[in-house]
Design a protein. Sequence first.
Length: 180
Amino acid sequence: MSENPTEWSTEAGEAVLDGAGPDASGRDRLLQELEDAKALAEENYKKYLLSIADFENYKKRQERDEARRASAHRYMLLERLLPVIDNLERALQYDSAGDLLRGGIEQTLKGFEAILASEGVTVIEVLGKPFDPRVAEAIATSPAEGGVEDDTVTEVAQKGYGLGEHVLRPAKVIVAKHSG
């Protein structure tokens, strides 16, 4: 500031007399600086809002990715449990096992089935239905007998399982075919 109490100075160091005000070109320059500062503030505010929106989208994307990973891990775990159930079912097909052993195996199998059911796993029912390659894999054919139509599942060699709308494992089946 200058030593004269009736003067004040601008940022540029220009002396302006108190009461006289800035001249027209100085006022225009100050107004332009104000407009530039407002424009910069508006631009920064828009960048701020965009940053907030980007961060919210990032959080949502991370949550979706985490849900997908958890679902994939669950799917893999359940898929690995299925051969254990298959082995228990095969063990129950043999009558040579004692009643106590058979009872223990049946209880173990029921426990696994209950766990799978609680996780939303369902058995894909294909026996007696038309063969559907989306849910079953034909491993053999058998002659169509007794009015059974072609491409009808006559035997299930291995159960198929679904998880929601997805096939966890297709059923392995034998399909009827007319000879000739």
